[in-house]
Design a binder for this molecule. Structure first.
Ligand code: AR6
Length: 171
């Protein structure tokens, strides 16, 4: 069974097989985790993303889907880019957020990645409430069948860390 661990820190500093990027459908970069990954990983990642746009992903990557590239200069082998849903108070998009975790693990299995670091997808610029985002992350990872040995949830700030910690021990 997959071991779910929690780390407070920067996702770009994780020595793992694959790092998950909270990307957008253009795959061409942005702020938050996406900006940090491209900044630290270097131009090789953007070049690989451009190549994806020029081939199978002409219209971009759909929300809830995932695709892998090189990790460039990051201490990882691959970046798995996934597009979280933007939070909506009127429409339940939880399935799309769960799909990000499931699809990223499916891609990790295809790659043979044994250790995978995830950020709290959609809980930054996309506005998803952190407690609900944490619940969906933990429930989905725990209920997905995968060959991945360790899923490392990497959260940046103190408040988010506390919320993840409570949910990991409480559920
Ligand atoms: N390491 C770990 N966690 C981080 C880091 C980091 N270096 N930086 C931010 N976080 P976000 P989203 C936390 O905004 O909400 C981009 O422009 C952050 O506090 O990165 O899915 C993309 O291109 C938050 O809890 O992703 C998209 O357009 C969580 O990571 C859009 O933002 C996710 O925040 C995606 O928004």
């Amino acid at each position: 069974m997959v071991s779910v661990t929690l780390v407070r820190g920067d996702i770009t500093e994780q020595s793992v097989d694959a790092v998950v990027n909270a990307a957008n459908s253009s795959l061409l970069g942005g702020g938050g985790v996406d900006g940090a990954i491209h900044r630290k990983g270097g131009p090789e990642i953007l070049a690989a993303c451009r190549a994806l746009r020029a081939s199978h992903y002409g219209k971009g990557l759909r929300t809830g889907q995932a695709v892998a590239t090189t990790a460039g200069r990051l201490p990882a082998r691959w970046v798995i880019h996934t597009v979280g849903p933007v939070w909506s108070a009127t429409e339940d998009r939880s399935d799309l957020l769960a799909s990000c975790y499931r699809e990223s693990l499916r891609v990790a299995d295809e790659l043979g990645a044994e250790t995978v670091a995830f950020p709290a997808i959609s809980t930054g610029i996309y506005g998803w409430p952190i407690d609900d985002g944490a619940r969906i992350a933990i429930d989905t990872v725990r209920s997905t069948s995968t060959e991945v040995r360790e899923v490392r949830l990497v959260v940046f700030d103190h408040n988010a860390f506390g919320i993840f910690e409570d949910q990991l021990s409480g559920s």
